[in-house]
Design a protein around this ligand. Structure first.
Ligand code: HMN
Length: 292
């Protein structure tokens, strides 16, 4: 599974003001990621893609657009997870047929599922397709925690090849790294890339790479070269940027910054708020400070 290592942007999605998908805008965001951010891949249908606000048909259309625009130039991972496991299976089949390199699925949330139920969910999804699956663990949004032994239970299925680890628990990250050296671990919090890289993760998947991809890659490279002081300096700048972005509204600020580069990143999908005039003004300052 070496081929899947690397830096992935969690793809932002452009919407029109009425909430419909802006295909041209999505294509521009993808091109920007490939041509300017030089990412190794895209994570399509994630949180950043406002995926959980969309219909099945809209999700499918976005998967199609991403594949059509990116072709086989970079790796593509499709986040198909859903509270409706039958929708997840449908999307897993759909994206596998499109040629996605791997699928990923968020842990089922809202109800307090037992681990047994969560495991069955993953088995149902991955056993329906000839593909590889990356568990998407994001406890702060789902409330679902998976421990070291439970990861091992999931990894018993050889088609479940890794985890996207969006958590600040570096003790758990270290334990998972040690226990499963052959499985892929992707860092999910861009503000903790340096620390995750020191633990030897296999890659990272993040929203801010849509804009800060070059700097993020540099952090990973510096850590590999053992230049920790330099890596830390870059993480400091990165985190000044991320802190300002989070304070101003995460996805809407990233979108406004893209707009400032001529990429039509558009509106957010309701009930997600799009940037107000004041937030746009602040985003411009952030853009000029960190990205120009
Ligand atoms: C996704 O599914 O869209 C991303 O992979 C999720 C990713 O972990 C991002 N998390 C969220 O947006 C909740 C991070 O890149 C995050 O946006 C960033 O670290 C700023 O906190």
């Amino acid at each position: 599974n070496e081929d899947l290592k690397g830096l992935y942007s969690a793809l932002l999605i452009s919407f029109n003001e009425d909430g419909s998908i802006n295909e041209q805008g999505i294509r521009e965001i993808i091109r920007h990621n490939i041509d300017k951010m030089k990412v190794d891949g895209l994570y399509v249908g994630g949180s950043t893609g406002e995926n959980f606000l969309l219909s099945t048909d809209e999700k499918k259309r976005i998967f199609e657009i991403a594949k059509d625009e990116a072709k086989s130039d970079i790796k593509l991972i499709a986040q198909v997870g859903s509270m409706n496991v039958y929708e997840a299976i449908e999307l897993a089949k759909f994206t596998t047929d499109l040629g996605y390199d791997a699928i990923s699925a968020v842990t089922p949330f809202y109800y307090k599922f037992s681990f047994e139920e969560i495991k069955e969910y993953y088995e149902m999804i991955i056993n329906s397709v000839d593909n590889r699956l990356i568990v998407y663990s994001i406890p702060f949004l789902t409330g679902v925690n998976i421990n070291v032994e439970q990861f091992g239970e999931l990894f018993k299925n050889e088609k479940i090849i890794g985890v996207k680890f969006t958590a600040a628990d570096f003790y758990l990250l270290e334990r998972v790294r040690k226990a499963y050296p052959e499985h892929l671990i992707y860092a999910g919090f861009d503000e903790m890339m340096l620390s995750a890289s020191v633990l030897n993760v296999d890659g990272a998947i993040g929203s801010t790479f849509n804009l800060n991809g070059i700097r993020a890659r540099k952090i990973v490279e510096l850590v590999k070269e053992g230049k920790i002081d330099e890596a830390r300096e870059l993480q400091h700048i990165t985190n000044d940027f991320i802190t300002d972005v989070l304070n101003n509204g995460l996805y809407s600020t990233l979108k406004t910054c893209l707009e400032l580069q001529g990429v039509h990143a558009g509106y957010s999908r309701r009930p997600m708020k799009s940037a107000s005039e004041a937030q746009k003004q602040r985003a411009k300052e952030i853009y000029e400070k960190y990205l120009k």
